[in-house]
Design a protein around this ligand. Structure first.
Ligand SMILES: [Zn+2]
Length: 439
């Protein structure tokens, strides 16, 4: 009788449909757990997850694992919050063949629908490398970035949490010098840039991006010799604020940096306009630096002289206590590497700048959540926040290179990668399981 009963129980266990992830408790045993904010680690921790959120974190001795919980044993790994790339271009992939790495030609070759699919793939590649948040800073054709964000949030596909800029706003032509034919017809490079040369156009451009799904505003501060004035940048900031957005400036000159900082811009992309004086001003004003420091190993995307300046600039920024984010500007294909593997290569520049591992890790996590203003919802491994985490072998606080081997990824409480293998099937759905109203 007892034997029969246990068979019945076994059969029930085997044939009970899997419980919805939102209802089930997952318990993660972490051999080592890193808090990047303090740069410290604890051992033998247990993390409970329910309904896509962390519900408890603490020493194994103090946390009871509920019966029926799915237990994930990461006791021989180091667990830490997910990584952030504060400047990527998931919907742009230029390459040696046929464009000779000139992205002007990619705009001729690849339309928005294809680039949206490329973005979905690049997003999955970033997530697999441990990047649970990506700021996507434009050059996404006609809002492929917003499509990507919405598809991930609605629950169609896996991917990082996306903070996207929509179309980059600049004076006529944006970063480029279009031909009169392109400019008159608004073709070819025109999905890439929104023209805004007057105060009215600035307001309208910000509102258009807000309407079509941007989460941050990106402007060309000084792509043209005339650029934007302090007052114009302030108008961007004020208009973006109405929609709850911050403004990042693409800056390529010291004068542009000076104007952007004076206007009170949120973040500055690229390092070419940033010197010791600008770094001191950024530290004073709390302006985020997204320096996009390309490592020399990515052959063809920087050169030794430029790299030397980049390393020295990053070190100077760190010495001046500028708020630093980890940012890549990755928008190209390196054969043999995924987009995530390209992004993680950027730790080489940070190591070359002599920045301690704990500070590199803080830039890649805590500061990333802050520049995205996500830190109260997502990022830290803390009860009430979205359940995103990664695990690696070794200890990134000893050697930041440990981040090259992300073997486990949890996103919104769902396992995306385990034992080094992507297992994303629970992220694929035949409809907007999280709601079609998410825009
Ligand atoms: Zn960029």
């Amino acid at each position: 009788m007892l034997r029969h009963l246990s068979l019945v129980v076994l059969a029930a266990l085997l044939f009970t449909p899997a419980l919805d992830s939102q209802a089930q408790v997952t318990a993660i045993r972490a051999g080592r757990l890193i808090d990047p904010e303090t740069g410290t680690a604890t051992t033998n921790q247990v993390i409970l997850v329910e309904g896509g959120k962390f519900t408890a974190v603490g020493p194994a001795a103090g946390i009871a694992i509920p019966t029926g919980a799915e237990v994930i044993d990461l006791s021989d790994l180091t667990v830490l919050p997910g990584l952030v790339d504060a400047h990527n271009h998931l919907a742009l992939t230029y390459k040696e063949d046929p464009e000779s790495n000139v992205y002007y030609f990619t705009y001729v070759m690849d339309g928005t629908p294809l680039r949206a699919i490329q973005a979905a793939s690049n997003g999955i590649q970033m997530l697999s490398a441990g990047f649970t948040v990506v700021r996507d800073m434009g050059n996404a054709g006609n809002y492929a970035d917003a499509a990507l964000r919405i598809a991930i949030e609605q629950g169609w596909i896996p991917g990082p949490t996306i903070i996207n800029s929509g179309i980059i706003i600049g004076g006529m032509g944006g970063q480029f010098w279009p031909t009169p034919e392109m400019a008159r017809e608004h073709t070819i490079v025109y999905p890439e840039y929104l023209d805004a040369d007057t105060p009215d156009e600035i307001v309208k451009a910000v509102r258009q991006n807000a309407l079509f799904g941007a989460r941050v505003i990106k402007i060309c501060v000084d792509c043209k010799p005339w650029g934007y004035t302090v007052e114009e940048i302030r108008l961007f900031i004020a208009e973006a604020a109405k929609a709850g957005m911050r403004v990042e400036g693409h800056v390529q000159t010291v004068d542009g940096a000076r104007r952007a900082i004076e206007a009170g811009i949120w973040s500055i992309a690229h390092d070419v306009g940033l010197n010791d004086e600008m770094h001191k001003a950024m530290a004073r004003r709390g302006v985020w630096r997204a320096g996009t420091e390309t490592p020399l190993v990515l052959t063809g995307h920087t050169n030794p002289q430029r790299y030397e300046r980049t390393v020295a600039g990053l070190r100077n920024a760190w010495q001046n206590k500028v708020p630093l984010t980890f940012s890549t500007d990755a928008d190209y294909w390196v054969p043999g590497k995924t987009r995530g593997q390209v992004a993680i290569e950027f730790i080489e520049t940070w190591k070359a700048a002599g920045i301690p591992a704990a500070d590199i890790l803080r830039a890649m996590t805590t500061n990333g959540y802050r520049v995205c203003e996500l830190e109260r919802r997502r990022g830290p491994i803390r009860p009430g926040l979205a359940a995103d985490l990664i695990a690696v072998r070794g200890n990134p606080l000893d050697s930041i290179d440990a981040l090259r081997g992300v073997v486990f990824v949890l996103k919104d409480g769902i396992v995306f990668k385990r034992d080094g293998v992507m297992t994303p099937e629970r992220f694929f759905n035949g409809g907007p399981v999280n709601g079609w109203r998410i825009r």
